[in-house]
Design a binder for this molecule. Structure first.
Ligand code: HEM
Length: 276
């Protein structure tokens, strides 16, 4: 459990640091950017109270907000371009199963009530993900703020690794963002929380790489459990399975994949990949 906590926290810190680097160079971002800019109102406390309300209702928002942050930051930096409407990044295939938009909408409404028009959604996504991680695992990290919302959000700009991508194919996506293969491994530790839809893992269970066979590297008992949850025939309901299928609470994501119990194809392959 302890290791898992560290993994999730580290993943986020890594993501934030890496994607903030470009912005840091011109000195825009800082911890506590809104201190003194909103009278007596404390922006971060306002966001925390919104996230807490959501978390108490639905603890799975932790995974939703972590993934939302990744998908926002990976395209043109952390500029809230994921939030926009028609034809925007939100409508691109890798983003269709993103969740957590309502949390950001509520946070925006709450901060605008106490400090109208000052705090952009770009910062709210970062603060909300941090608060959700804190509520979930009790570890808090500081975040830098002072971003501006982007002006461009186009589905065609979304270059995010797809669900069936291999490790070798995924590495260049991260390298292009200045992240090493090891950074990618750390970030993938975020798959310690949240869910995947059956539609995403069905090929691994029944027709791995068009062989007509399951992925035989997957631990057989887990594969049976997943097949029970995700039958071969697509139904109208696309059920979900937990990314954490760990029967032992002291084992983390990395131990899980080393035991051939990865859920997503990328996770299942990661443990066997030389990374070079
Ligand atoms: C090669 C890179 C990656 C691939 C191919 C990938 C792919 C996926 C897929 C296919 C899902 C399941 C989506 C669904 O069925 O709804 C998922 C879920 C998730 N991913 Fe990733 N991902 C990658 C990297 C990351 C990174 C870097 C993070 C965060 C730092 C992240 C965080 C998450 C989280 C938290 C979930 C669960 C979301 C939820 O419960 O709503 N992923 N990912």
């Amino acid at each position: 459990m302890k290791v898992r906590r560290a993994v999730v926290t580290l993943s986020l810190i890594e993501l934030i640091i890496a994607i903030n680097l470009a912005r840091l160079s011109n000195g825009e971002l800082q911890v506590g950017f809104y201190r003194g800019k909103c009278g007596f109102a404390d922006v971060e406390i306002t966001v925390a109270s919104v996230v807490t309300t959501w978390f108490l209702r639905d603890p799975t928002i932790v995974a939703a907000l972590i993934r939302l942050q990744f998908h926002d930051c990976f395209v043109n930096g952390c500029d809230a371009s994921i939030i926009d409407g028609c034809f925007s990044e939100k409508t691109a295939a890798p983003n269709l199963s993103l969740r957590g938009y309502d949390v950001i909408d509520d946070a925006k409404a709450a901060v605008d009530r106490v400090c109208p028009g000052v705090v952009p959604c770009a910062d709210l996504i970062i603060i909300a993900a941090r608060d959700a991680v804190f509520l979930s695992v009790g570890e808090r990290y500081e975040v830098q703020t002072g971003r501006r919302d982007g002006l461009i959000s186009l589905a065609q700009n979304v270059l995010i690794p797809g669900p069936s991508i291999s490790v070798s194919q995924a590495i260049p996506f991260f390298v292009n963002k200045g992240l090493s293969p090891i950074d990618m491994v750390v970030l993938l530790g975020a798959h310690s929380v949240g869910v995947a839809h059956c539609s995403i893992i069905r090929d691994s269970l029944y027709n791995f790489r068009n062989t007509g066979m399951p992925d035989l590297t997957m631990e057989p008992f887990l594969a049976d459990q997943l097949r029970f949850r995700c039958p071969p025939n697509t139904t109208t309901v696309d059920s979900t399975v937990n990314l954490d299928q760990n029967p032992f609470p002291f084992l983390d994501y990395y131990m899980q994949i080393l035991s051939n119990r990865g859920i997503l194809p990328i996770d299942q392959e990661l443990a066997m990949h030389p990374l070079s």
